[in-house]
Design a protein around this ligand. Structure first.
Ligand code: F6R
Ligand code: MG
Ligand code: MG
Length: 375
């Protein structure tokens, strides 16, 4: 039987600045989703947080972009905002609910969405990744490694079902258009696009052997929706594992390298994506560093079995230590590029005002040989 796996998330306010979700927010979201489960709207759910982002992981039978499911998520975020974020005066209450004009689909209104419908296999392991203080392009490097790099994924070389390769559906987030590219033969083209993490992001990955969906990511860009800074579009994604898909260990392997991503303080800096256990899913130093959690589930007739907190393990201690060293090194640059993003990518900047104030004082290059005016 077909199951739909929906991860819908939003920052609707948080404890101690943009640090982490309040436990009461999780309780209210759980209450709402339990009622939806009791009424038969969804099969199962798990509520958690990635830093200051509230994460609704749901299974149901209604397909992707279903208005009842999206309404459930939207109303849940609204309730959490009204019942907890506002009364407790949590920081940036309701931040990601950008529009009052909700009409059955949360896409384009602020919350991030990753959804797929597929036939549940005899055993269906799924890994869900959720990050805070970064953007959808943060998944580009790990997704390339998981599905196209044989030095990461041994199955690309030795598993006949994976050997045929994958299709990367790559979204151009500026023009709102996408292109399907085949690996291995178009892998250089995939890399040419995915390297520009601010503009191109992987929407989904499909197995060429039989067209099965293998991974889905959220690809919202809040600042493009709102036309101004409204917080980072902290991304989520999930990946189906094993038996013809990459193994769980192959899916986790790229996160042993804490690669540099855009985000961190004021969405305007570059920092290492740090794999953390759930208990460390909170942002501290310089509002970060950017963090990712990884939860492993099994589906059992749509029910969510688990999760296992996959980065809560000695195998990722080295990555965390490396990330702290990189964080330290990057911070020594203060406001200098490339530790600080290019002005076009910064979420907010005073540069236009600084330039305006200095406008009358700029002089032509031909006068550069003259001594400075001392008054
Ligand atoms: C980044 C983020 C934080 C805030 C920062 C300033 O995505 O959420 O780093 O940008 O704490 O927040 P405000 O402007 O709300 O004081
Ligand atoms: Mg926030
Ligand atoms: Mg966040």
């Amino acid at each position: 039987m077909k199951v739909t796996f929906s991860v819908i998330k939003a920052d609707v306010g948080s404890l101690a600045g943009h640090h982490r979700v309040h436990p009461k927010q999780i309780e209210v979201a759980q209450r709402e989703l339990q009622a939806a489960k009791d009424s038969g709207l969804i099969v199962d759910y798990f509520v958690t947080n990635a830093g200051d982002d509230l994460q609704l992981i749901m299974t149901h039978r209604r397909g992707v972009n279903n208005s009842e499911i999206h309404t459930l998520a939207w109303n849940t975020f609204k309730r959490v905002t009204e019942e907890v974020s506002k009364p407790l005066k949590l920081y940036a209450a309701g931040q990601d609910l950008l529009s009052e004009a909700f009409s059955g689909n949360v896409r384009g209104l602020g919350p991030g969405v990753a959804e797929a419908e597929f036939e549940e296999r005899p055993s269906e392991p799924i890994v869900v990744f959720m990050a805070d203080k970064t953007e959808p392009g943060a998944w580009n490097l790990p997704l390339y490694r998981i599905f196209a790099d044989p030095f990461n994924t041994a199955g690309l070389v030795i598993d006949p079902k994976i050997k045929e390769g994958f299709i990367f559906r790559v979204l151009d987030m500026v023009e709102d258009r996408f292109v399907d590219l085949k690996t291995p033969e178009e892998s250089y083209d995939v890399l040419a696009l995915l390297g520009t993490t601010s503009r191109y992001a992987v929407h989904s990955v499909w197995r060429r052997h039989d067209g099965e969906i293998a991974a889905v990511a959220s690809t919202t860009r809040l600042n493009l929706i709102a036309g101004r800074y409204v917080g980072k579009d902290d991304p989520v994604m999930f990946v189906r594992a094993q038996a013809g898909f990459p193994a769980v260990g192959e899916i986790l392997e790229p996160f042993s390298f804490p690669h540099l991503v855009a985000g961190w303080m004021r969405g305007s800096h570059v920092g290492p994506l740090t794999p953390v256990p759930l208990r460390q899913s909170q942002c501290t130093r310089f509002d970060g560093p950017p963090r990712v959690i990884g939860l492993g589930f099994q589906l059992a007739n749509g029910a969510l079995v688990g999760p296992s907190d996959l980065f809560d393990d000695v195998a990722f201690e080295y990555a965390r230590a490396k990330a702290m060293e990189v964080a330290d090194y990057m911070r020594r640059h203060g406001p200098f590029m490339p530790a600080r993003l290019d002005p076009g990518e910064m979420e907010y900047t005073t540069l236009p005002e600084v330039l305006k104030a200095l406008e009358g004082r700029f002089r032509p290059g031909s006068e550069i040989g003259e001594a400075p005016r001392r008054r």
